[in-house]
Write a new protein. Structure first.
Length: 133
């Protein structure tokens, strides 16, 4: 089982994410981030977009991956939904469907490392991500 839920946080936004594998965790984190922003996408555009990020560990890969998605969202007013994620040491690559943003309620300034730890418990992966708003 995989998913995400918003957590109460005093100043920023926090998101708890879980999935049965690490690739699924990245997919759920992206979906949760766009949900927190209140993004309403239009019809998907034809084709897909490749997103890649580098980092020395799972936490860095997750932060850099989400930051890349935010960059595209802000610069091009697009919503990206990863459909396939590939992880190898020091690198994440994802194929994403792309849709224009019809409406977006809030903005995220940055993905933070605050308390970030990717954990494996009972055969599932989970983490809590804090976003700077």
């Amino acid at each position: 089982m995989s998913g995400f839920e918003e957590l109460d946080h005093t100043a920023d936004w926090a998101l708890r994410v879980w999935a049965h594998d690490l690739e699924g965790l990245f997919i759920q984190a992206a979906a949760g981030m766009f949900a927190l922003m209140g993004v309403r996408p239009g019809e998907p555009l034809s084709g897909s977009r490749q997103i890649e990020a580098d980092g020395p560990d799972d936490e860095s890969l997750l932060v850099d991956f989400l930051a890349e998605l935010l960059l595209v969202n802000e610069a091009e007013q697009l919503a990206l939904a990863p459909t396939a994620v590939s992880l190898r040491p020091g690198r994440v690559s994802a194929v994403c469907t792309v849709a224009p943003v019809l409406e977006q309620e809030k903005e995220i300034k940055a993905v933070t490392y605050h308390g970030l730890e990717v954990l494996q418990r009972d055969g599932n992966f989970e983490t809590v991500i804090v976003f700077d708003v």
